[in-house]
Design a protein around this ligand. Structure first.
Ligand code: JB2
Length: 228
């Protein structure tokens, strides 16, 4: 019997996760929830948008016990964290979404609900927490420690034994040198080359990466700007 799954979020990231789950014979995605009313009763990649988050409890009572977090977030991971915690509190298991074209070492450890996109590499003895995204073509090298809710964006590279703190974001094509520590909630901009530890909550961009103010990094109320 297939596992019934609901997706939380119906934007670009959800479409990529649906693509991955569509190839898994044990998964049946029954629908998506999204708080944008203009999406209700539409379809995303052929999957119906059933309504807002408020209907998740009802879906759970009807027997849907698994979910995926379909919101990706760029720069600011707080929405993904909130949605993951909401889904867990309602009793949903978060399904793993690992693309068949990703390369995950048998000696790596992945936490609950990982999202691993096409072409990603997770090498031996890397340890990932819950709700982590390793996006398309990103590399998490051997012995890295990646905490809960981290997003490693497309093409980023964590060299060996890098530590990334809870809810941090590493932007597209960023490179992080061996043994660097990136603090909780920190943001590494796209294309940055990180050669020094990054303190919790800091934003770093550039080559070599330097700490910036939110204004310098183009981060406003809506999250990360072009720097991410
Ligand atoms: O509280 C919410 C909520 N807030 C926003 N609950 C639910 N269920 N959905 C929420 N959303 C919805 O997330 C928005 O209404 C919108 O439909 C969706 C976000 O879609 P968007 O395409 O803007 O972003 P994304 O998070 O799917 O993708 C971003 O992150 C990916 C990792 C994009 O920037 C992608 O390019 C990127 N690859």
């Amino acid at each position: 019997m297939r596992t019934q799954v609901v997706g939380i979020g119906a934007g670009g990231h959800a479409r990529v996760v649906l693509d991955i789950l569509g190839a898994l014979p044990w998964v049946q995605v029954v629908g998506l929830v999204d708080n944008d009313p203009s999406l209700f009763d539409t379809r995303v990649s052929g999957v119906p948008v059933l309504g807002p988050d408020a209907i998740l409890g009802e879906l759970h009572r009807e027997g849907v016990r698994a979910a995926f977090i379909g919101v990706g977030s760029v720069g600011d991971t707080s929405l993904r964290i909130r949605l993951y915690e909401m889904a867990r509190a309602l009793g949903f298991e978060i399904v793993p979404a690992i693309h068949q074209g990703a390369c995950v070492s048998a000696a790596a450890e992945l936490g609950a609900g990982p999202t691993v996109m096409p072409g990603a590499v997770i090498n031996a003895c890397a340890v990932l927490g819950a709700n982590v995204i390793v996006n398309s073509g990103a590399i998490v090298e051997h012995d890295c420690r990646v905490a809960d809710h981290v997003h490693i964006a497309s093409g980023a590279c964590l060299a060996g034994a890098v530590r990334v703190g809870r809810g941090a974001f590493v932007g597209a094509r960023a490179v992080v040198r061996q043994r660097i520590v990136i603090g909780d909630g920190a943001v590494v901009g796209a294309g940055a080359v990180v050669v020094r530890d990054v303190r919790p909550g800091a934003v770093v961009t550039g080559v070599p990466a330097r700490e910036r103010t939110a204004a310098e990094a183009g981060i406003g109320a809506a999250g990360c700007g072009s720097a991410c």
